[in-house]
Design a protein around this ligand. Structure first.
Ligand code: PLP
Length: 359
């Protein structure tokens, strides 16, 4: 029996994608081999990576003057890559809105003159700081933000403005392809795949052409975006199979009506859950309302004992991986693109039952 998996990542994939991958497992389109066994230089593999790129370009409306890279190392590697690849004046600004943006800021401090211009740590990251253009150093090499804070369940409801020539860099790991985004407002967007794109192992980096020349002199070859940009992500062996499954997910998003349609469903799913939590005096979500994430919904019951009981009993009913991150406790329902509306309905029904039994 398949469960409803509320994991923050790796997370659910659409069932039709898994079925297609299974059907292709032994013999991919008459090649007599699995994509798992295929050379990344093979013609049939080239078609896969090209289709993946074409589809994400179409789905996100990525302008022609941006490169799309399929890299390894996870979003965490990009925390360093950002500072190594965007280096002109040797200083950079960061907004610290949660755990991952803080890790990125810390990595930045090792590599450049990094400055946190705003932080919501004072309120345990229950909101997203509001930053205006005048707060950003006009000589900063970039401003880095984390667009959706996976652990704390917050999301930017605005795109920070930066002074001319200061590119905005965004970690979109946990919200990419979940809502329409104007790519042209960003210099760089990056995302680990295992939340909203596909299986773990591939990281998508979308970077504006002119920024590819700003790397530090001692930037390692494999961390330099230009290395892979010049070779269409085939400088060395890419995470072939993860890219293939990501391509299937992109096809699925397109079939669902594209990002705009997925977004409508995501709003519906998130509203169902938040509305129920808000209507109950048993469950609580502490995030400032206008900054609530559409993808990650943390909540608590009145006690830690009940939280633990909730996670255990939900799991027994096929609602799994609801335990909150250790930094926050309680529960967290990650409801990425692949989580169907029925999963939310089943979760809410369980929450009602649990409330009635434990109040
Ligand atoms: C999961 C996550 C990361 C870490 O991704 P890895 O691919 O495991 O390195 C970074 N940033 C955000 C916003 C995330 O959600």
């Amino acid at each position: 029996m398949r469960v409803y998996n509320f994991s923050a990542g790796p997370s659910m994939l659409p069932e039709s994608v898994l079925q297609k991958a299974a059907a292709d497992m032994l013999d991919y389109e008459g090649s007599g081999m699995s994509v798992l066994e295929m050379s990344h230089r093979a013609k049939c593999y080239d078609a896969i990576i090209k289709e993946a790129e074409a589809l994400i370009r179409e789905l996100m409306n990525i302008p022609d003057n941006y490169k799309v890279l399929f890299l390894q190392g996870g979003a965490s590697t990009q925390f360093a890559s950002v500072a190594l690849n965007l280096h002109k004046n040797g200083k950079a600004d960061y907004i610290v809105s949660g755990n991952f943006s803080n890790l990125c800021f810390k990595e930045g401090k090792r590599l450049t003159n990094a400055r946190a211009i705003a932080s919501s740590e004072d309120a345990t990251y229950t909101y997203v700081p509001k930053v205006t253009k005048d707060m950003v150093d006009p000589e900063a090499d970039f401003l880095h933000i984390c667009f959706n804070n996976t652990i704390f369940g917050t999301k930017y409801n605005y795109i920070p403005e930066t002074p001319e020539n200061v590119p905005l860099v965004a970690d979109m790991s946990s919200m990419i392809l979940s809502e329409p985004v104007d790519v042209s407002k960003f210099g760089v967007i990056y995302a680990g795949a295992q939340k909203n794109i596909g299986p773990a192992g591939v990281t998508v980096v979308i970077v504006r052409d002119d920024l590819l020349e700003n790397f530090t002199e001692n930037c390692p070859t494999m961390l330099k975006w230009k290395t892979q940009a010049d070779k269409d992500s085939l400088y060395n062996t890419p995470p072939c199979y993860s890219i293939y499954v990501s391509m299937l997910v992109f096809r699925w998003i397109k079939e669902m009506g594209g990002v705009e349609a997925i977004y409508k469903t995501n709003v519906k799913k998130a509203n169902m859950l938040y509305d129920y939590i808000d209507s109950s005096d048993f469950y609580k979500n502490s995030v400032q309302k206008e900054d609530r994430s559409l993808m990650n919904v943390p909540f608590v019951t009145p006690s830690e004992e009940l939280d633990a009981k909730f996670v255990k009993e939900a799991s027994a009913e096929g609602l799994v991986s609801l335990k909150g991150h250790r930094l926050v406790g309680g529960m967290r329902a990650s409801i990425y693109n692949a989580m169907p509306v029925e999963g939310i309905e089943k979760l809410i029904a369980f929450m009602k039952k649990f409330e009635a039994e434990n109040k």
